[in-house]
Design a protein around this ligand. Sequence first.
Ligand code: ARG
Length: 265
Amino acid sequence: MKKLKMVTTVLLVSLSLILSACGTSKTGGDGGKKTLRVVTDAAYAPFEYQDKGEVVGFDIDFVKAVAKEAGYPVKVEHVGWDPVFIEIEGKTADIGVSSITITPKRIQTYDFTVPYFLSKNEILVPKGSPIKSAKDLEGKKIAVQNGTTGQEAVEKLFGENNDKLKKFDNNNLAILELKKGGVDAVVADNTVIETYVKNNPKDDFVFIEDDGTFEKEFYGLLLPKGSKLKAELDKAVNKLLDNGTYEKLYEKWFKIKPDIKILKE
Ligand code: ARG
């Protein structure tokens, strides 16, 4: 009888320990705000990538700083590009961060925070390629990451029924295809292309800008439509833009000063 009582006590104590552990992981123990689940496609250096099994990058530092400013603990998880959108639409995650351009099509389904980064599409080609501008891509084999603005930009130029356009699940696979000679060019975000060229001199790739063709794009943090977090996160982003935190992060990753005015236009 005594033994049974002891077993029950042990069970009850462990149960309450487990429950309270669940409780803290939700509230994070800092003013009772729950831990935000942040999802990303960590194959887009220098914004989000994996280093020794850890998800790092400008976007990751940025989203952590924004959440901290708003008083939330975060847990960042690499899930892949399409899953980022699926999780945010299904509300199984709170924030998507992945160099995600705010587009008219996406805002029909999602909310975004205010913009935090200016970007543009750019072309990656082997040195000596005859491709010198976007129009030279005509008739050429092009690799893009599926479901990105890079894909949209190429389809806008040459139509949606383009059998020369090869779509990949992540941008590293698109670049790998260029390395293997399976395509003539990759179209993706300028900072990512330029970082790749700089970090991989042995590949002998060059980047091609075409400001007349590719439009300005702004990244935002992706949120479920109607997310109650939007107001708080917008406020936090603006605070970081104004108090020098954003500038510090930007300089850490890009070694130049950001144009903050253009983000606020
Ligand atoms: N900015 C582009 C877009 O929103 C590409 C982003 C790709 N991001 C990534 N983590 N793979 O479509």
